[in-house]
Design a binder for this molecule. Sequence first.
Ligand code: A5P
Length: 248
Amino acid sequence: MSTNTQLLDQATEIKRAVGFAAVDRFVQSGMNLALGTGSTAIWSVRRVGELVRSGVLANIRVVATSFQTELECRSWGLDLRDLSDPILENRIDLAIDGADEVSPEGFLVKGGGAAHVREKITEYAAKRFIVVVDQSKLVSVLGKAFAVPIEVIPLARAQVIRALEGWKATVKLREGSGKAGPTISDNGNFILDAFFPEGLVVGKSSDPCAVEMALKSLPGVVESGIFTRKVEAVLVGKSDGTVQEIYY
Ligand code: A5P
């Protein structure tokens, strides 16, 4: 495994730059890390792998937020742990992950890769949370351009779809790729993608914290992709190769 970047297209180069920057600027030896999922966060995984392998970082333990990330961590020989492993002493020092949308307040939509349940469990447990994105992810209103992914127990899908439609969402059961039928998450569940053409409003509330709670209250919903835990910083990869830091 190497991170040789000679043949990357511009979009991938931006993801690499921002994924690397998060590790270079925020990770220190001795940390327990939560590593995110997706085409941006995977570059942070690779950077951790590279720096551990070369001895620049030592005593790093990692928790993966998906099967994809677990495989990448293993390919680098990282010290991969389960979130419940006692060796972590209930301490995740830092989480790094991508996002599908970032609001001006630092609230997120995640789950484009259907990994948001494990991401949420792990990242809400972290002391600090850093998000890595490109500029296209910065939005003024959540849920309009990108659907809000909602993981549901398969049995509950029709009831949950009905409830979401009552909140003026347009809902699609996510189709699998490379298989017939629905996407099955790492937890064995279905993913509903809910578009909110009028913006993210559930009942009378457009407050993302209230929306997150309302979605979670529907029987059969495991988690939504609305993330409202405090983000320390969003790192934004720019087309000129720089990485901007936005603090909240
Ligand atoms: C995975 O389910 C997601 O939460 C990703 O973190 C999110 O979709 C961002 O992925 P990209 O960096 O690939 O856009």
